[in-house]
Design a protein around this ligand. Structure first.
Ligand SMILES: Cc1cc2nc3c(=O)[nH]c(=O)nc-3n(C[C@H](O)[C@H](O)[C@H](O)COP(=O)(O)OP(=O)(O)OC[C@H]3O[C@@H](n4cnc5c(N)ncnc54)[C@H](O)[C@@H]3O)c2cc1C
Length: 368
């Protein structure tokens, strides 16, 4: 599938028009912090959730390059897209790939309407970088499974309608084997959400406790025991999006305005160097979207984008200290910088630490 450039330009203009009329406060990291169900439903009404899923499964039938145009504009604007981000980015594609026809029919239309908020129950206190160490267990019971365990750092669990849960279904199996993926309704008895506040006192992640939580058989995602292979594939969707380099874009936009206000050469050079890196990152994101459209594996490209992107986001905030200092700030710049400062430390950890990204890239290079 190839996109017509004029068509993509038209789509970009359409998204910009939509954003110009939408009412929200631009923030850094708003794809993770900004849950606004009405905003997500408005995005859905435009057909921009599930837009790259096949039409025969109720999707928009557009390319991933077209989706890139939309997600890029939403993030550049700092829009509150967290309500639908996870479902659109990785749950929908995983259900498309591994879900039964019944699961697809149940969940994909709801995701496309913006009616679901998914949280990700992967990490545990002893299993973050090393997901093979997951201890949450699921035991077979009549009609399905019973899940017991504790997840941590679960973003948006307090807003979620559904949780994706990775659990061990075969206690005696080797570390990578015996894991299974489940999609769980958040109003199921036995689920408790406990808030964890971040370094600026905001509540976006949680502990997710599961005590004898019944999950019907129909909510197993894919094959029992094949969770490791499936989640590895899903992580490429999680790591390879625009949110890995545009989380601090609202600060970069403010820096560009600031650098124009004064002739300070060092400030101009810093902003120019960031702009040049952004061009390279956008190119990488475009390569990745084209690779998905071509049905190619994206694990390595996604790890590269995440590694380089989170370094870039950090440097935007580092350079802001200098540029704002010499060029001054406008109303709102201070709040954006604070947002950026709070977002940046998590960037190199969430979705897989930078050291782990280096290992993924090195393994791909060595063919292991
Ligand atoms: C803002 C934010 C939001 C998050 N949201 C979610 C969420 O919604 N759902 C969810 O399940 N999780 C979430 N997480 C958790 C995140 O995925 C984990 O924190 C991450 O995978 C790292 O795991 P860990 O914290 O257990 O650190 P550890 O695995 O203990 O690692 C600590 C450090 O050790 C080093 N390290 C670890 N392993 C290796 C290795 N193999 N090679 C080299 N160095 C290594 C790295 O420097 C790493 O940063 C979130 C985290 C953050 C910061």
């Amino acid at each position: 599938m190839v996109d017509d450039c004029r068509e993509l330009d038209g789509l970009r203009a359409e998204v910009r028009g939509f954003l110009a009329e939408a009412v929200f406060t631009p923030r850094c990291d708003n794809w993770m912090r900004g849950v606004d169900r009405d905003f997500s439903r408005a995005v859905a009404e435009r057909g921009w959730i599930g837009m790259s899923w096949p039409r025969e499964h109720g999707g928009g039938g557009r390319t991933n390059v077209a989706r890139l145009v939309v997600t890029e504009e939403l993030l550049r604007a700092g829009a509150p897209v967290a309500g639908h981000w996870t479902a659109d980015r990785q749950i929908g594609p995983s259900v498309l790939r591994h879900g039964t026809p019944e699961l697809r029919a149940e969940l994909l239309p709801a995701i496309r309407r913006g009616d679901t908020v998914f949280c990700l129950g992967l990490s545990e206190s002893e299993a973050g970088s090393d997901l093979a160490a997951v201890r949450t267990r699921a035991s077979r019971v009549a009609g399905g499974w019973e899940i017991d365990g504790a997840k941590i750092w679960t973003t948006s669990a307090h807003h979620a309608t559904h949780a994706y849960v990775l659990a061990r279904t075969d206690a005696g199996s080797a570390r990578h084997a015996g894991l299974t993926e489940f999609l769980v309704d958040m109003d199921t008895p036995g689920i408790t959400v406990r808030p964890i506040l971040d370094l600026v006192g905001e509540h976006h992640f949680n502990e997710l406790l599961l005590e004898s939580v019944f999950v019907p058989e129909a909510r197993v995602l894919g094959v029992v025991g094949e969770g490791w292979a499936q989640v590895t594939e899903q992580l490429a969707f999680e790591r390879g999006g625009v949110e890995r380099y545009l989380s601090t874009y609202p600060v970069l936009r403010a820096l560009t305005r600031a650098a124009r206000r004064t002739p300070d050469r060092a400030a101009t050079e810093r902003v120019g160097a960031l702009a040049a890196r952004l061009v390279a990152l956008r190119r990488l994101a475009l390569d990745l979207a084209r690779a998905i459209d071509g049905g190619h594996a994206t694990t390595r490209l996604a790890a590269e984008l995440k590694l380089l992107g989170t370094d870039f986001e950090r440097d935007v905030v580092e350079d802001a200290r200098y540029v704002f200092d010499v060029c001054g700030t406008e109303d709102g710049d201070g709040e954006l910088l604070l947002d950026g400062l709070a977002a940046v430390p998590g960037g190199a950890i969430r979705g897989g630490a930078s050291e782990v990204m280096r290992t993924v890239i090195a393994r791909a290079e060595l063919g292991r």
